[in-house]
Design a protein around this ligand. Sequence first.
Ligand code: F3S
Length: 386
Amino acid sequence: MYLEKDDERVLAGEFGETRQKMMEILVALGEVYGAEKLVPIASAQVSGASYKTIGRWGLAWLRSLDARAAVPAVLNPIGMPREGWQEFGIAEEFAARQAEVVEAYRRLGIKLECTCTPYYLRMTEYGEHLAWSESSAVAYANSVLGARTNREGGPSALAAAIIGKTPYYGLHIVENRRPQVVVEVESGAGLHADHWGAIGYLAGKKVGNRIPIFEGIRPGRDNLKALGAAMAASGAVALFHVEKITPEARVFEFSTGDLDRVTVSGDEIEALFAEKEVEAVAVGCPHCSADELREIAELLRGKTTTKPFYIFVARGVAAENADLVAAIEKSGARVIPDTCMVVSPRMDEFSSIMVDSGKAFAYVPGMCGALARIGTRRECVEVATS
Ligand code: F3S
């Protein structure tokens, strides 16, 4: 892989051991994937932030590093809200370790936004190269914003943040962003306007790691977020297109008749929505937008929760919408920043959790050891208040 002179000096250790290690990670990755060069990035988003997922070895590695991010870089959700973790039911020992992880990232110059929706907080432009690692954020950046990022691991995103570059391969190259499979969503009995998480969950299982293009659907921005997050979890989708909606859907010349085709049927969606008793309800995977907070506040108006109901959100979005947060919490529901239903150990205490997200539906059983039920946001509110 071609390296500029300064990059060679970094690799030779002239700018310290941490930068050298980070460059070694990028070079190794670039060589595995046949990258011809490194490309400068506009921002990084770094996963591996919850002590629940990285444990003591991850913490020890982070503490051994000594450098600063060269580009704007934000942290993925951690295992607890940074303030008020006691009320959220986090054990003191976990909180102490999690605080050490946060401090290690702070020293490395990673902004402590602790969110999987960094695009609500910082403008990301069409065509920008990024190194983001949270799979739903990657799907959103590539598909909805038209930016270019591979699905980075935590260490490679951190390396890219510190070096300010990433290997130029995969989805950084326009030709690799072509649609590969058509997804047809059958309209009909089972299909409800709020079923995007379920559609994504089913589509992801069918398309695997191919780049899908959807026909005949009209999702809004938050719907696209739900769709992509679910496909990234049940499949390995890092980029998808929606005819007439997403920015790159028109960039490529092709005929949908020449591509493989899969169908998501109303019956499949219906079957996914099987009713089960649940102990808790959680929404905000990926973290809620202001519009979603508004919708939840509206659905909760005049109601009182009968079981724990958590709404996960970026701290910055919660702060900008304090009136909506107050309206939601009046019902007994709790708006929790910095963390989520998958990466927080708090959720491991429930044996069954209802979610409105295809991604959470895919991850809750494995990551929290709980049965998962999926419903629309409206159904989640109904279950949380009945
Ligand atoms: Fe975000 Fe956690 Fe879901 S990181 S995408 S809320 S699993």
